[in-house]
Design a binder for this molecule. Structure first.
Ligand SMILES: CC(C)(COP(=O)(O)OP(=O)(O)OC[C@H]1O[C@@H](n2cnc3c(N)ncnc32)[C@H](O)[C@@H]1OP(=O)(O)O)[C@@H](O)C(=O)NCCC(=O)NCCS
Length: 178
């Protein structure tokens, strides 16, 4: 568990969370599917159970890990190390929040906590967030944290029928995030 503040903590995903995630993603489908591809392929409770099992295996192998974001006792989203490259000393972060908990700074604080966790415990010196270039709320999370924009890569991801460019942000162990 990573405690962020009195209201907010990150809990490693666990099997009993599968029905909650299934419900949250179903209720927020249009909002999440605008920028994320996986909700199109992860709709049933079984699909979330499989995802959680895979994430727990990845955590054991230090390949990646996913955390439920808990705000005032409720699951409101997820933040993940989508990849941990031990050889490159780099961890990649991805995240989503349900729509009704936007605008409270939850993801900015979660992303800061994950970055600090990575530098303290994962033996990495770089944290990267790759964001659809037009996803301004997500870019704002990175920019609010003072992450560096390393570049924009075209044709990086297909979401639905749109081919998206990505803006790649980075924090380095020597940086002081806000
Ligand atoms: C990307 C996403 C997580 C951003 O959510 P968000 O709520 O804008 O981000 P935060 O939780 O950091 O909140 C920031 C907002 O809270 C406000 N805020 C309030 N208190 C704050 C605090 N203590 N610290 C920082 N911001 C605070 C900020 O001003 C900002 O509001 P604004 O958008 O009106 O300027 C969300 O839009 C989302 O999940 N989208 C769908 C999935 C997605 O795109 N995932 C990312 C893929 S790369």
């Amino acid at each position: 568990m990573i405690r962020i503040d009195q209201d907010t903590q990150l809990e490693p995903v666990a099997e009993e969370m599968a029905p909650v995630f299934q419900r949250l993603v179903s209720e927020n489908y249009a909002y999440l599917a605008e920028w994320l591809e996986w909700p199109r392929h992860c709709k049933t409770r079984e699909a979330f159970s499989d995802f959680i099992s895979a994430e727990r295996r990845r955590a054991q192998q230090a390949d990646g890990m996913s955390f439920a974001i808990i705000y005032r006792g409720l699951i409101v989203g997820m933040i993940s190390f989508n990849a941990i490259y031990a050889d490159l000393q780099r961890a990649d972060i991805g995240y989503w929040l349900i729509q009704s908990y936007q605008g409270l700074g939850i993801m900015t604080r979660a992303c800061q906590a994950m970055t600090e966790h990575a530098f303290a415990h994962l033996n990495v010196s770089k944290v990267q967030v790759s964001v659809a270039a037009e996803n301004l709320p997500s870019r704002a999370v990175c920019e609010r944290l003072g992450m560096q924009l390393e570049g924009v890569i075209s044709h990086r991801e297909k979401v639905g029928d749109r081919i998206l460019s990505h803006a790649v942000y980075a924090a380095f162990i020597r940086d002081n995030l806000v």
